[in-house]
Design a binder for this molecule. Sequence first.
Ligand code: NAD
Length: 255
Amino acid sequence: MLDTMSAKNLLSLDGRVAIVTGSTRGIGLAVARKFAGYGASLIICGRAEQLPDEIMFGFRDPSRVTYVSCDLGAAGSAERIVAAANDTHGRLDILVNNAGIQPPGDLQSSNDEEWRSVLEVNVVAAAALMRCAAAAMTHGGSIINIASSRSTRPGMGMAAYSASKSALLNLTQSAAVELGPLGARVNAVSPGLVNRPGLVESWPEGVKRFSDSAPLGRIGEPEEIANACLFLAGDAASWITGTNLAVDGGITLVR
Ligand code: NAD
């Protein structure tokens, strides 16, 4: 059995450089904070022009965190984000494609423009970041794509979102095949419903429906997704690639 010390070493990200997209709040911020807590230097990104001080100073060592403001739907964003890792740290080890959008819309009411914007951020930007990151991962690396329980279990009113996350899962497998020989592992994490400020108050029926169905009887917390990402990012997952880790309280077993 692993002793505590070796288990800690397996999870350590000391000396590693990680990009986490969409890391100004929610799951992405929890992942970035988790990685920083385990020793990584970070490139964090979001759409805001400037990162609010309270977010930057929430990191134990803000000097190891660089913020890049970007719209992932715009050309050249992936190149700029990866260049920030190279320019600041001279290397890149981990990429988490977390940024995603979920506009409501069923098949019958959505239009082409809405479909394009979802696919642009959730799939095309993720592909561009993987392409740029792979070229920068000269020491090998780990790429994690945040998909969704909706990747495999679509629901009402989220056709474009579900299709985009399903594409992201398939893309994860293609990238794992292509980048494995170059030393990069590529995996997906598929969250179920995850808590955010105001969720329980604004959507009590959705939270109740999920909690009543899920085998573990509750929604998830951002830190629980971050824990799964920490495992996949580091040496504990050294022989794991192309997999989809469901972190969803068991919801995909029952619906
Ligand atoms: P969120 O909406 O709270 O945050 C999204 C982040 O992505 C923000 O930082 C935002 O700035 C960034 N972002 C969005 N569009 C962008 C763009 N065009 N350019 C740059 N940045 C952009 O998201 P969340 O709920 O924390 O979810 C994070 C990921 O997890 C998403 O991919 C989402 O689909 C997935 N997911 C979330 C849940 C959930 O219940 N929260 C469940 C399953 C999957």
